[in-house]
Design a protein around this ligand. Structure first.
Ligand SMILES: [Zn+2]
Length: 113
């Protein structure tokens, strides 16, 4: 009986250790990016350094527009012509692989290394 409790404790310990490890790996994957790439209709239209502040940059494709700001190595959308405004309410992004997508305007703002 005592052995069983001991084994359970070891199991709990292993599970805890694994979850801490996987959290560490997850955190390690989140690396700050260096570039902001703006795709319009799937094509790369603009590329900026994320380390240089950019007041307001308007991405336009005909009637549609998204205005982005780069500040303190983060990028976000301040204004958008789209009806849902999902892109404009998205939190700032800064890590490699993160993206803000504006489906109605077919604009993708993504951070790369
Ligand atoms: Zn939008």
């Amino acid at each position: 009986m005592k052995n069983k409790i001991k084994n359970d404790l070891i199991l709990v310990g292993v599970i805890l250790l694994l979850s801490v490890l996987s959290f560490g790996i997850f955190k390690a994957l989140l690396r700050p990016g260096n570039s902001v790439v703006v795709l319009v209709n799937g094509e790369e239209k603009h590329r900026f350094s994320i380390n240089e502040d950019l007041e307001e940059f308007i991405v336009t494709d005909g009637e549609n527009s998204n205005t982005i700001v780069i500040k303190d190595s983060e990028v976000w959308v301040v204004h958008a012509s789209c009806p849902d405004k999902i892109c404009a309410s998205h939190a700032p992004i800064k890590n490699e692989g993160e993206a803000i997508v504006c489906l109605p305007n077919k604009v993708v703002i993504t951070v790369t290394k």
